[in-house]
Design a protein around this ligand. Structure first.
Ligand SMILES: Nc1ncnc2c1ncn2[C@@H]1O[C@H](COP(=O)(O)OP(=O)(O)OP(=O)(O)O)[C@@H](O)[C@H]1O
Ligand SMILES: [Mg+2]
Length: 358
């Protein structure tokens, strides 16, 4: 396993006696892409600013590449920053904006020219050297600010909602570029967004924040399929949450009387109130007349289609189960919309039913 590039040890922040960031521990490994995800005001920018040195923490230490930099000023930390509002110098050309950090560092002219050319090539802006920022689209301006950041090869890049101001299509395109840049350059990236899809798409690990605390840190898969709480489950996408109580080992009976096999009830006593989480992608649906696919691993119930709508390449289908629960699932079948009211059988594996403690 690679060494830690960044380690926050008990880092917290207060403003006027209000703890906006409760003391957290967070380590980012060399070359890792870690995203701070969370609702507005959850403390994402505060963490990024503390790493950058723009804000001093009220408590805790910041270790960069093995060295305590808590008292080191921002410029000497050697980090690259990309912001949401691009922060380009309006009177300078694209070339001069990208060259700026190298000029500040006193590099020779020839070296600057070749590095700027390389950075502009990496972000797809060859030919735009002479333009001014106002002559560029939002996406192009954001590429300039990324080029200006990678041009001096910082070992860590901090990005605060860099794609927040762009439309969906452009955002997806730049996401792919940021991913490629990260892969090619091997730089450590700490990225901030409140967009869960963006976080899941880009990151090696996601740190989900709420109210100045870390809710869960893990791979996108961990957070999506193994959330530790209802907050995490809800924040990361659509979920079916069935309320009930533990009635036996690995068994939950829902309020409306469905008896469900679940992956594990470890740590819950019989009688404990819990919620069972099943992601829509994990629920299968067949026509009521089709041969049963039930096995011991499966939870099976019959119901009828209550609603169906398009969701990108798939159909989002709500099934009203015979005991009264409403389950959402995703299917590639476009026929579902013609079948509102049709009887169906839905099923899902015991291992895909996760227990969340109340
Ligand atoms: N200078 C300040 N003085 C007082 N409170 C502040 C200050 N800066 C930030 N805060 C508070 O700290 C909390 C965390 O702010 P932060 O900017 O880290 O949130 P965020 O997660 O980046 O949110 P957003 O998604 O809206 O950018 C907020 O409640 C904010 O009001
Ligand atoms: Mg912010």
């Amino acid at each position: 396993m690679k060494a830690n590039m960044i380690a926050l040890e008990g880092v917290g922040k207060q403003y006027g006696g209000v703890q906006v960031l409760h003391p957290i521990d967070l380590a980012v490994r060399e070359g890792e892409f870690v995203t701070l995800l969370g609702p507005s005001g959850s403390g994402k920018t505060t963490i990024l600013s503390i790493i950058a040195g723009a804000i001093a923490p009220t408590q805790g230490r910041i270790i960069l590449n093995g060295r305590d930099v808590s008292a080191v000023p921002p410029r000497e930390r050697g980090l690259g920053m990309v912001f949401q509002n691009y922060a380009l110098l309006p009177h300078l050309s694209v070339f001069d904006n990208v060259a700026f950090p190298l000029q500040v560092r006193g590099l020779a002219k020839g070296e600057i020219a070749s590095r700027v050319a390389n950075a502009l090539e990496r972000v797809g802006l060859v030919g735009y050297e002479k333009r001014k920022p106002r002559e560029l689209s939002g996406g192009q301006q954001q590429r300039v600010s990324i080029a200006r950041c990678i041009v001096y090869s910082p070992s860590v890049i901090l990005m605060d909602e860099p794609l927040g101001a762009l439309d969906k299509k452009l955002r997806e395109q730049l996401q792919a570029e940021i991913k490629r840049l990260h892969r090619d350059l091997g730089t450590t990236v700490v990225y901030v967004t409140h967009d869960q899809e963006e976080a899941l798409d880009l990151s090696d690990r996601v740190c989900l924040m709420n109210g100045g605390r870390i809710m869960q840190v893990g791979t996108p898969n961990d957070l999506y399929f193994e959330p530790v709480s209802e907050f995490v489950a809800d924040f990361l996408g659509e979920s079916n949450l069935l309320e009930g109580a533990v009635t036996a080992v690995n068994t939950v009976t829902t309020r409306d009387g469905m008896v469900l096999g679940v992956r594990s009830t470890e740590g819950c006593c019989v009688g404990s109130p819990v919620k069972v989480l099943i992601r829509p992608e994990k629920i299968g649906m067949t026509d009521a007349g089709a041969p049963a696919i039930a096995t011991q691993r499966h939870n099976v119930t019959s119901g009828k289609i209550a609603q169906a709508s398009f969701a990108g390449g798939t159909m989002r289908v709500d099934v009203l189960c015979e005991k009264g629960a409403r389950l959402r699932l995703k299917t590639v079948s476009s026929r579902a919309s013609e079948l509102v009211g049709a009887p169906v059988v839905v099923s899902w594996a015991t291992s895909d039913a996760m227990v969340l403690k109340n």
